[in-house]
Design a protein around this ligand. Structure first.
Ligand SMILES: Cc1cc2nc3c(=O)[nH]c(=O)nc-3n(C[C@H](O)[C@H](O)[C@H](O)COP(=O)(O)OP(=O)(O)OC[C@H]3O[C@@H](n4cnc5c(N)ncnc54)[C@H](O)[C@@H]3O)c2cc1C
Length: 483
């Protein structure tokens, strides 16, 4: 099992069992703590034979319920885990943390636990012994003090009154990398659930996959998109029935088997019906727009327009977005222009929705629609501003977008090295060659994509899949955008 599967498998049990804390042992300890999107972790070292530990368990679980699993009230903040020191496999691990009594609780950033240790004599350590967590109330108070929160044991699902807005914190976007993966997976789940792969929708889907293969910010999703793309003609020959296609594609999970996880982090709203998928989709589109090369800008534009128009099941959203696509009178030659177009278009949506939400009272109070980026995020983006009008410095906006949706978005991946060495390298190797993929067949476009991405491992995999392949020599011309 992958480390995320462990997190999910444990989380999935929560429907009928009260075990929310994640059981770790020496073999999965590092991997789970490295992969968690949570900002902090609590590790409880205990022994299953210890009566005090058994009595403590309901207290610990009461707190873990708030943070772990798909129904977590405050997901992504704290990962609550436990290690049974009475199991032989964990002896060394417990020794490394100088576990001298049970239960013994530690707190720290998850990455500090990876290959980590704790020594009571050590003066400076980011791992701290929790010395006052003997009841659920005390433990939660201790956590609240550390992170300046006011979580309560009675907090209910989605009653995120404590959710802090991420509007003006530029570093928060780093957490959105998980949401971009979640949104990509959700988009493809929706496509399958709604049986949307048809002969007439193949072209927009293939083009979008081509874009993802090269420019998705997550290595996992680039790899998964490539696998689907490589097998696309086998998966959906023109005459195959919908059910067969859906069944076959389902076996290829676009961002790997551990995504989706079932919750949002950056895109989490303070109500259960706000934000989430549509926020994740925007972040995905922006992060694609800042990764393309000049020569791909028109391709990226038509691809994203067609994808939203064909596959985004919010009728009003896709219609409005498409109208804005159609209103473009000349093709894009520069990646910068396309990134700025998408930013402007998103702001038009924000402007329209802010009025609607104000009238209808449907806004998320923590995340009201606004013209973006606000001053707090990018003061230099503003040349001048009065109540009527903002005069933007578009060079500054573009620099900001490129940094925000480029490097910052994947910085958490890097620092956590979630994907291990290969993944981190894949993510950092953002150099790509311009690819007018719209004019080349699927296989050839992929070959160019792979060659240009330094995807060593994936390229090997791809070649091994190509032995007896015949490509569709099909031109995906989209008349609507032929200028
Ligand atoms: C293509 C598309 C079209 C949509 N059209 C409609 C519609 O017609 N009607 C409707 O009700 N809903 C529409 N939606 C949904 C709506 O835009 C929001 O996604 C949703 O209301 C959730 O809002 P949010 O607060 O999470 O912020 P979102 O608007 O989803 O934005 C997500 C994040 O992107 C960043 N951001 C905000 N503005 C910009 C910008 N201009 N440039 C770059 N980054 C920005 C912010 O960090 C923000 O938190 C659409 C969504 C998409 C993806």
């Amino acid at each position: 099992l992958g480390s995320r599967s462990i997190l999910r498998a444990v989380a999935d049990k929560n429907g009928d069992s009260e075990d929310y804390a994640v059981d770790l042992n020496a073999s999965n300890f590092d991997a789970v703590l490295r992969d968690t999107p949570a900002t902090f972790a609590v590790v409880e070292f205990f022994a299953h034979w210890c009566p005090a530990c058994r009595n403590y368990k309901p207290h610990y679980e009461k707190v873990a319920r708030l943070f772990n699993g798909p129904n977590a009230v405050h997901p992504g903040k704290v990962l609550m885990t436990r290690v049974d020191c009475a199991l032989k496999i964990n002896t060394n691990l417990c020794d490394k943390f100088s576990v001298g009594h049970y239960p013994m609780l530690f707190w720290g950033p998850p990455s500090k636990f990876v290959s980590g240790s704790w020594d009571p004599k050590q003066e400076k350590s980011e791992i701290r012994n929790i010395d006052n967590g003997r009841t659920a109330e005390k433990l939660l108070n201790w956590i609240n003090e550390q992170i300046g929160s006011s979580f309560g044991l009675d907090d209910k699902k989605f009653e995120n009154e404590h959710l802090s807005s991420n509007i003006s914190d530029p570093g928060q976007i780093a957490r959105a990398v998980y949401d971009v993966e979640e949104a990509t997976s959700t988009a493809f789940d929706i496509i399958l659930e709604h049986k949307m792969i048809k002969p007439e929708t193949r072209a927009p889907l293939i083009k979008f996959l081509q874009l993802l293969v090269v420019h998705h910010p997550s290595m996992r999703c680039r790899k998964g998109s490539a696998e689907i793309l490589v097998n696309f003609d086998e998966l959906s020959p023109a005459n195959t029935k919908q059910e067969e296609v859906a069944g076959a594609v389902k076996n290829f999970q676009i961002c790997g088997k551990d995504v989706p996880r079932g919750y949002w982090i950056f895109c989490r709203g303070s109500k259960n019906d706000t934000r989430g998928f549509s926020c994740g989709l925007w972040v995905l589109l922006h992060s694609l727009s800042v990764r393309i090369e000049d020569g791909e800008s028109q391709f990226a534009f038509t691809t994203i327009c067609d994808f939203v128009h064909t596959f985004f099941v919010c009728e009003e959203c896709r219609q409005h977005f498409y109208e804005m696509c159609l209103s473009m009178s000349s093709p894009f030659n520069k990646a910068r222009d396309f990134a700025l177009w998408l930013w402007r278009t998103h702001n038009k949506v924000n402007e329209r929705l802010s009025k609607v939400e104000e009238t209808m009272g449907t806004a998320d109070p923590k995340f009201p629609k606004m013209i973006w980026p606000p001053m707090q995020l990018c003061a230099s983006c503003y040349r001048s501003r009065n109540s009527q009008k903002i005069e933007w410095d578009e060079d500054e906006v573009h620099t900001f977008l490129a940094n925000y949706y480029g490097k910052t978005l994947i910085s958490l991946y890097k620092s956590n090295s979630v994907l291990g060495n290969v993944g981190a390298k894949g993510i950092l190797d953002e150099s790509t060659t311009s690819t007018n993929a719209v004019a080349v067949p699927v296989g050839a476009a992929l070959a160019i994509a792979l060659a240009s991405c330094a995807f060593g491992v994936l390229a090997c995999y791809w070649r091994s899949q190509q032995k007896s392949r015949k490509y569709y020599h099909q031109r995906y011309s989209l008349k609507k955008y032929d200028y």
